[in-house]
Design a protein around this ligand. Structure first.
Ligand SMILES: [Zn+2]
Length: 354
């Protein structure tokens, strides 16, 4: 499977033992790498911002989309927007790194998520998908493809994708007939639920804590339709809650144990790890809904087929199944594929959540 041409590409695109995706000679994506002057952050999830402080201090450039920069300024460091080495790039606008050219291409994941294409002096196209959902993410042609492997096992297929939004809207509507509905999820995912409810015609106020509200405002600024939102500490929200009016509350997953059953007709958790059923009842008034921002196994394979790379590198560092996915790509698609790092870290303390 390995040829001189592939070995050459595997030198130009690889993943280090601390999870940095290296493209070309200058770029390190999604973890700090001391030897690289350019740091890229594909999106604002925790497992893609490793070593952010060091990169901000040491790198000549820290590149991300404008939406990711605004999200990080709400969730991590207010000052990030003012730092001179931090650049918010637009999609599809090539950025000259001096010999190599970098371009962000949209990825369907959370707001601001990007795929990263580096074209080197020899004309090699080196692509890192970052996290992505498929279909819905544009396929970029590449010689070397580095891809996520969250749902890299053949059994990790979601057959209910086409009905999930409708089922979620139905569930929320049925809860609202009895009283307030509380939705629990991670930043980014909560705002996706808001948009699904708005698209589904659920026009009740959305109430949320300050941090969720600030993230929601960023999502709205970049084009999401997130409904009639208000922070839970404002007078309007307090009165609405006190009067027992209909509303949907949106809370970070970390508040679930504290708030479940709290004067609500229904509690809904959204999770990407529900693979068999779109909606599962887990308590008298508690449900889990399988809403994911990642491609399932078939989506990952379809991306590789359409991309047509000479070599694939699967992410074996973050949560997922990089080794199994690489094996399936080799076996089913006959494309050379390698998990990197070759051995997954033993301690899986990385989560993508924010
Ligand atoms: Zn992610």
């Amino acid at each position: 499977m390995r040829s001189r041409r592939n070995d050459d590409l595997l030198c130009k695109a690889r993943i280090t033992s601390n999870g940095a995706i290296l493209l070309g000679r200058k770029v390190a994506c999604d973890a700090h790498e001391p030897s690289r002057p350019v740091r890229v952050i594909t999106h604002a999830h925790n497992d893609h911002i490793g070593g952010l402080s060091r990169s901000l201090e040491k790198c000549s450039w820290v590149l991300m989309t404008e939406a990711t920069r605004d999200l990080l300024s709400v969730l991590r460091r207010k000052s990030i927007k003012r730092l001179p080495n931090v650049l918010g790039l637009r999609y599809n606008r090539p950025f000259d790194l001096g010999g190599e050219v970098l371009t962000f291409i949209k990825a369907r994941h959370i707001i601001g998520a990007a795929q990263v294409l580096v074209e080197d002096e020899e004309g090699n196209r080196l692509l890192y998908t970052g996290d992505f959902k498929f279909p819905g993410t544009p396929v970029v042609e590449a010689d070397a493809l580095v891809m996520e492997a969250t749902y890299g096992r053949p059994s990790q297929v979601r057959d209910f994708e086409h009905e999930i939004e409708e089922r979620l809207v139905e569930l929320v509507r049925s809860g609202l007939r009895e009283g307030p509905v509380l939705v629990f999820g991670y930043h980014g995912k909560l705002q996706e639920v808001m948009q699904i409810l708005v698209d589904g015609g659920v026009w009740v106020p959305f109430v949320m804590p300050k941090k969720v509200y600030e993230v929601t405002r960023v999502c709205e600024r970049y084009g999401m339709m997130v409904g009639d939102c208000m922070p839970d500490h404002c007078d309007e929200a307090r009165e609405l809650v006190a009067r027992g009016e209909s509303y949907v509350g949106f809370y970070h997953s970390s508040s679930y144990n504290k708030l479940r059953g709290h004067r609500a007709a229904m509690c809904i958790r959204v999770s990407g790890w529900e693979l068999t059923r779109p909606v599962r009842q887990v308590g008298k008034r508690e449900f889990v809904v399988g809403l994911s921002d990642h491609a399932d196994f078939e989506g990952l394979m379809a991306y590789v087929e359409e991309c047509g790379p000479k070599v694939v590198i699967t992410d074996n560092y973050r949560m997922g199944s990089g080794a199994i996915l690489a094996e399936e790509i080799r076996r089913r698609l006959k494309v050379p594929a390698f998990p990197m790092p070759s051995r997954a870290p033993l301690k899986r303390d990385l989560t993508e959540w924010i």
